[in-house]
Design a protein around this ligand. Sequence first.
Ligand code: TXA
Ligand code: MG
Length: 311
Amino acid sequence: MGQLNSQLPLEPSQENVQRAAACLRGGGVVILPTETVYGLAANALDPAAVNHVFAIKGRPSDHPLIVHIAEASQIEGLALAVPSSAWVLAEKFWPGPLTLILQKAAQVPSETTGGLSTVAVRVPAHPVALAVLHEAGIPLAAPSANRFTRLSPTSAEDLDPEVTRQVDLVLDGGPCDVGIESTVLDLTSGTPVILRPGHISPSQLSAVLGVEVAIGSGNEKQSPGTHRQHYQPHTPLVIVEALAPDMPGIVLGEPSAVQISLGTEPHQFQRGLYSALNDLDHRGVSTIYIQAPPRSPEWAAVWDRIARASS
Ligand code: TXA
Ligand code: MG
């Protein structure tokens, strides 16, 4: 652990998946692709391994981690008093970008949940993440593989060398399909509450549950990971209604030479967002501009991320 040189991303061959799984079982830290963003994974049931993840990220120890599992049935060992809504949502959306907050079982160390009595769980949809989870046979705590408050990596190329040099192994699973983090849904009170908007929308959740889901304020005490400064490039980011051709940044329409277009479809836009910000961040410009997307519900997750990134 803690090598001097950056770990080179490895192709996700069966042999490398087995190496990653063995490393995780032995208490190591591995960077894995998921369908949302790359994760910094460790055995969720091993407090020392989890503490190492916090140290690598520079993340406050009271910011809880998401526990990734290979299949929904593994909820049983991790959570108590699981409501039927959890099984319904798992059946419909897993594997996929939905994280459920449930009452924690005693087995889960408080290090993993940042001291909370609840636990976050999801089954990721990326085949490499699933292969490692099946091979390792343990639940994996995995925050996004960025330093605290920085942009989440959505490709192996976008990983921060400061992070990769401190891990045991990196698996390259190509660019992430979703591109922003999972929707976080709290099922521990009477009403389901979205603590972090994501690819899976409130209307999709309401349609499956048959009840309205509430939208959290985004600053919940019970979800400290949703603090205001987050997803930040090093370069200041400013949201504007329109960009002049000499303003470097992200536009919805035709880009100039210093701009990147991510199109006008929200899913396509969110897939490319972090990678485009990372690219612009490395160009040495003094400000990155981003054209305000429509203020409609389909753009809520994008708005959440760009508002935090520009704060
Ligand atoms: O898509 C994702 O969710 C990615 C990939 C790697 O799976 N992971 C991710 O993890 O985004 P992280 O640690 O960057 O964000 C976890 C979010 C934070 O907003 C945190 O506050 C919330 O989940 N969370 C985790 N456990 C919680 C809990 N017990 N109660 C409330 N919120 C929780
Ligand atoms: Mg994160």
